[in-house]
Ligand binder design. Structure first.
Ligand code: SF4
Length: 297
């Protein structure tokens, strides 16, 4: 039995029941993929369930305004994703639904990972999308590298062709890898429970107990933040957007500071808040009309 067949057999018994795995509709798969970027699966399930009835297809989403999509995205975070998704829908409506990975890649906002993911999950193409999870499993399994890095993607793509089956459910292999990455092949893997431990050259290394997580992987990502504030700016930008969304007749700029931060100081913090408002305007999420902040129409 090949390694991929073993993996698929394990997947059959352990696969997570996710709504976007029950469809081959490229629209729904794109929605799920964009929502899953930087958001936990359980949260995405809730938002996906609300999004699909409201925007069931490319056309309905393409005709939505910035305000419509920002309101529906409320609470999911990284709000630019909502506009990117709507803009992608507009391109699909204009040019037709792509049928190749390259075609998806040509849609502005869709990167190499997402284009391969839609091709595999919606259109059963024999391709391997590589994100952090897939890189971790395949780098360990195919390259024998306990902690593979993005620079290893090219090598993974070269060898993955021999790993992927030519027939059967080869298009399920990436989903099976996701689940293996979530349940077993985590940053500190549970090789002893892994169905691929016999085939995996990294298993011995981990089981010997001599492999340590490299320091650069422990370092936290650097986010922009005000030295005196509790949270990164991203959190305060989210609060500005929430306040604007919930204001009935627009939010006067002068009132926003104390709403998003109880320690706001008009003199010391005004430059900080202006910068965050400018960023939200640049991202097309809000606009200023006669001194008040509104969601971008
Ligand atoms: S044996 Fe260990 S390192 Fe290899 S794929 Fe399984 S969990 Fe990951």
């Amino acid at each position: 039995m090949t390694t991929a067949s073993k993996l698929l057999q394990w997947y059959k018994r352990h696969r997570r029941d996710l709504p976007w795995r029950k469809t081959r509709d490229p629209y729904r798969i794109l929605v799920s993929e964009v929502m899953l970027q930087q958001t936990q699966v359980d949260r995405v399930k809730m938002f996906y369930a609300a999004w699909i009835p409201r925007f069931p297809n490319w056309k309905r989403l393409a005709s939505a305004s910035n305000e419509d999509v920002i309101r529906m995205w409320a609470g999911l975070g990284y709000n630019r994703r909502a506009l990117m998704l709507r803009d992608a829908a507009r391109q699909v409506v204009e040019r037709g639904v792509p049928t190749t990975t390259e075609g998806w890649r040509a849609i502005k906002g869709i990167g190499p990972y997402t284009s391969s993911a839609i091709s595999a999950f919606a259109q059963k193409k024999r391709v391997m999308p590589i994100d952090t999870n897939i890189r971790r499993v395949l780098g360990r399994l195919l390259l024998g590298k306990p902690f593979p890095q993005p620079r290893d993607d090219e090598r993974i793509q070269k060898v993955v062709n021999d790993f992927l089956p030519h027939r059967g459910n080869y298009f399920d292999v990436p989903q099976a890898i996701f689940d293996l990455a979530t349940d077993i092949c985590q940053k500190s893997p549970k090789c002893i429970e892994c169905p691929l431990r016999r085939e995996c050259p990294s298993a011995k290394k981990f089981l010997s107990g001599r492999v340590r997580i490299p320091k650069q992987m422990i370092k936290k990502a650097v986010e922009s933040r005000h030295a005196e504030k509790l949270y990164p700016d991203r959190i305060y930008r989210g609060r500005i957007l929430k306040a604007v969304r919930e204001s009935k007749n627009g939010m006067p700029i002068g009132r926003i500071g104390p709403i998003i931060d109880p320690y706001f100081d008009q003199i010391v913090d005004s430059e900080w808040i202006e910068k965050m408002i400018s960023r939200l305007i640049k991202d097309q999420l809000i606009e200023i009309v006669r001194g008040k902040l509104f969601l971008k129409k």
